[in-house]
Design a protein around this ligand. Sequence first.
Ligand code: ATP
Length: 259
Amino acid sequence: MLAVHNLEVVYEDVMLALRGASLSVPPDQIIAVLGANGAGKTSLLRAMTGLLDIHRGKIVRGHVSLDGQELDTTQAAGVVSSGVSQVMEGRRVFVEFSVEENLRVGAHTRGSSGLKEKYERIYEMFPVLADRRSARAGYLSGGEQQMLAIGRAMMAEPRYLLLDEPSLGLAPKIVEQIRDLIVTIKDAGTGVLLIEQNAAMALSIADHGYVIENGVTVMDAPAATLRSDSDIQEFYLGGTEERSLRDVKHYRRRKRWLS
Ligand code: ATP
């Protein structure tokens, strides 16, 4: 189990981004984290993967644990070696490298043994990457680049995969493919933490979900409960019509103004 215990995160010693966030990711589940812009979702992910440092942030209270042992989150490479990989927002692939070279980078913590088998496993999971294995990553479509970013993280054979808004900016059809892929990854035995603005997509596949507001975990419930919760429907799912979380603040302001 990967778990976050009452985390507090501060940037530049002043900006409190997380004020007590807790969650657990079991090894065989998809866990969704929802929250409006600026709620602290990305900070949570950075704190779990040793990336706060480069953003001038630090954990000031709480900790992250893996199977009950405290995880050293000061070293990003060490976190990956422990079995926790991530795909940051914005599918940062190396555009000058080929698809296969990008995948190779993802395997660096595991050395070069069995590399061929690892490529094949990824190509089986992502047939679109197999077809483009020698193409420069910069020539791939947005959806293909997202798949490559996920495939690269999977090359480290993680026990847990953390995804920051994998559906951002992608067409609905591609979002569906990404969603199916996340389910495949979970079914193959990797626990998934899914940070999403697209609450409808995330809750359609998640086992459990958390809502973060202003750096605090305010909801913690099975995904089915969240799907039928009236606040979630109003603020995050927008009734029957899917609503982007980016609209939430505006929506709340408008609601206050109207009442
Ligand atoms: P988004 O959906 O917009 O990515 P988020 O929920 O991921 O939002 P964070 O990016 O974690 O939220 O930001 C939480 C708070 O921390 C925000 O107020 C943000 O402005 C602040 N913050 C994030 N990164 C930094 C940084 N490097 N330095 C200072 N403040 C930061």
